[in-house]
Design a protein around this ligand. Sequence first.
Ligand code: ATP
Ligand code: MG
Length: 335
Amino acid sequence: MTQTITVIRGDGIGPEIMDATLHVLDAMQLGLQYEEADAGLAALEKHGELLPQATMDSIRKNRVALKSPLTTPVGEGFSSINVELRKRFDLYANVRPAKSFPNTQSRFPSGVDLITVRENTEGAYIGEGQELSADGETAVLTQKVTRRGSERIVRYAFDLARKTGRKKVTVVHKANILKSTSGLFLKTARKVAEEYPEIECDEMIVDACCMKLVMQPEKFDVIVTTNLFGDIISDLCAGLVGGLGLAPGANIGSDAAIFEAVHGTAPDIAGQGKANPCALLLGAAQMLDHLGLPEKAAKLREAIIATLEAKDSLTPDLGGSGDTMSFARAIASRV
Ligand code: ATP
Ligand code: MG
């Protein structure tokens, strides 16, 4: 296989965790070709803009990008480059796995293995129609949900469940109160679910869902929900299994997909070799699944788990005395 992916090394700890990730991917001998492209502060310094056309073209051509965290400097036109990328490529599905890993400071060191699929383009989260009255006393916001938007995200979640052999999709909503928007989402989800008779479709109101996630997270498999609920639930789930250093995410559209770590650029530890590369590596595993290489993705995840279990060269955030590259080499030796 020769597949070219766009590689964005990013800012802060970005280049360090990308070096580590590519070291492990190289050890897997997948035949991947990397096309480097700049975005964020690195791009501003090199090319005078945050999101150069060449970067957009590269992602459009390769359709798959692996991206480190980016800094969006204040007053340079965007409030967030990540949000801008999602908009420009219509990356409607935000996919965030949360899995228990051994030897992490987590409340659930075993048993959790769930994926949150969050709608990424509509709902209250996008801030449409925001208004503040002249006297500053009243604020409003429009919340728009469409049948098309709901259908494609729910279909994505069920297809993901089918492809990865998962058994259940939980549709999370608030249709009892938000009858129009959440109601349309739920109604559409029920319709889509009929096409997947082998997968159990569960419905849960968002508040009850949060309680159950904290008490019995092992009961969940795939969660699908609207933008704002998904924003909150996916962070809740990352917290259940040990936080930022181990949380990957994917932003997926019909024409392109971008795989990343959920955490930011961590300027406090940048350039010191302290960054944990696991979140980006797990993002790379999602990318391998997306590229139709599920065995390779599984192999990569197993190597990460085995390295954590052996406490081999772990980074300081995991209580180890290794560094970013020693951790990566330990993982690479197990792939
Ligand atoms: P940004 O402004 O880019 O979001 P931030 O300052 O909010 O950056 P985050 O990257 O979100 O920082 O991280 C918050 C905290 O978690 C920091 O103290 C950081 O050092 C730590 N952290 C984040 N990612 C990692 C990682 N991969 N390995 C180790 N520690 C991390
Ligand atoms: Mg941050």
